[in-house]
Design a protein around this ligand. Sequence first.
Ligand code: SAM
Ligand code: DTB
Ligand code: SF4
Length: 324
Amino acid sequence: MEIRHNWTREEIQEIYNQPLLELVFQAAQVHRNHHATGEVQVCTLLSIKTGGCPEDCAYCPQAARYHTDVNTHRLLDTNIVVESAKKAKESGSTRFCMGAAWREVRDNRDFDRVLDMVKEVKDMGLEVCATLGMVNEAQAEKLKEAGLYAYNHNLDTSEEKYKDIISTRQYQDRLETLDAVRSAGLTVCCGGIIGLGEEDEDRIGMLQNLANMPEHPESVPINKLVAVEGTPLSEQDEVHVFDMVRMIATARILMPKSMVRLSAGRLSMSEEGQAMCFMAGANSIFAGEKLLTTPNPEEDKDKELFSKLGLTPRKAYKSEKEFC
Ligand code: SAM
Ligand code: DTB
Ligand code: SF4
């Protein structure tokens, strides 16, 4: 099947609103045609600079203006980051993602230190990803030169809903960073969150924006809100796991070759719920007991789940061409 970049709102609505099991069946078929089913990419996250962020993202425990009990810290020492990457590799991760609670990257010594971290982690044979807020093209190029493989920058929700969730920047700012990342030759990791109080229309709008990019993001993380006390969304009703399944399945059908990541929110999902997400085409997870600041399933639990489902971790830097 051809890879499309011209999906209409109506086509996506039709896919998304199908009876759930029909949708999962279709997504599983697309998944089989483009990926080695049973293979799941295992990624580890590390917050290299935590909290104190000037932005006001309503879901985020790291925004300085909300009173959350996140342990804030400045940029970690490079050797701590490298140690953590070593542990991640030993426990089977092939991708290491470093997150900083910055509004944007500045051309200062901290950025030079991040470039060193990227070099060292890349030399360990891990796919290195970073999520540092907004970047311009020159900064994206420096990251690429240092050996960065992917840059994470999410659209999070639809353009219409965005202003209800974040007031300190605009959707257009996100798109500009994504353009800079692409132009620098980095791979793009871009997805969003459900559970912000959005409508189905917003979910569909976000998926349309992702699927109609000139090149699909190589990774599409789908997060379920982890409601954190102190943030404006702390009292938000939890979304049903079937909504995650529906999002993942639709993303899989629209962007057949992308890695679709079952990201934040797994701790509140049953094994059966997660299995259904894998069936719907999710082929990547974050492993390790912590995401950036919130808990994630323990390593042993995930190993058990992989074993029960017969899933195996995917190799690093494996291209889909190897499958076809
Ligand atoms: N500061 C950078 C930025 O905003 O791009 C990078 C870090 S930020 C924490 C990365 C992504 O994590 C956000 O875009 C959002 O999708 C996700 N995220 C943050 N807090 C979350 C939460 N409480 N629950 C689920 N996902 C969350
Ligand atoms: C993404 O889409 N999800 C990850 C990663 N990209 C950086 C972050 C999830 C954060 C969940 C809340 C926390 O632990 O602070
Ligand atoms: Fe800052 Fe990123 Fe959190 Fe927004 S999501 S408050 S930009 S760390």
